[in-house]
Design a protein around this ligand. Sequence first.
Ligand code: NAD
Length: 265
Amino acid sequence: MGDLRLKDQVIIVTGSGRGIGRAIALRAAREGAKVVVNSVTPRRTCEAVAKEITDAGGEAAAVIGDVSKESDVRAIVSKAVEQYGRLDVMIANAGVSWAKLAVETTAEEWDGIFRINALGVFLCDKIAAEQMIKQKKGKIINAASIAAHDGFRGLGAYCASKFAVHGFTQSLAKELAPYNITVNAYCPGIVDTDMWDDIHVGMGPLLGLKPDGPKKSIDVFAAGVPLGRKETPEDTAALATFLASPDADYITGQSIITGGGITMV
Ligand code: NAD
């Protein structure tokens, strides 16, 4: 790469203890950013990712916190501002997924996925925007999905939460454009992360797969990718860090799909 596109940019990446968020945090640090990493899960925490970054000579701070709680999101944004003096980029990446037919989904389960995937994005964006409006500069980048552009059997609640992110991204882009703040979303396809273990629990039976068989739900979905392979977290991170960079200064309100062609709009 050899290009410090993000030199001295202060970037928050939520849900960066593993998977796509971790790949974004590592790439942003390699491109010169000061990165505030965050996760909520005790396993594979953001603290380990912060250490990976600092061990490699980069700058990082870790904040454990739940993006669906306003006080936790305020603590994440405050950490960036207190430690590094400002906030240039908010990457609202944290999200969860599981599979269940709509008729079997409870109201509590629906609320649960919306609390993290939709309310969590709203809180991260709103609280980042408060800081960025003062600076008259900033970039907000949300994790949507191909499931923000198309419905999938067994993923009704997840798709609805990601369509919500897509719509909110467009509205917020129009509200914040006068302040020199862009708002975009990246829409990954079939990315090989731990999230698919959670999806497989419900999706496996819907696809007729044996619980302990060698074929997993991700393999069935990946078979439909025109470019012929699963997406890697690094594929997604390439788009997210582009959107964080000055190269994307004139792009706003867009939900851009990676995914190797699995969804075309
Ligand atoms: P993952 O499960 O591997 O990692 C999720 C991360 O988010 C973890 O670090 C976890 O601690 C954190 N997290 C979960 N709930 C949180 C909360 N309430 N507050 C703070 N952190 C929380 O998932 P991933 O595959 O890396 O997905 C990252 C994002 O990309 C999600 O928004 C997901 O919906 C989206 N996405 C993933 C795929 C895919 O195929 N994996 C496809 C499309 C979109």
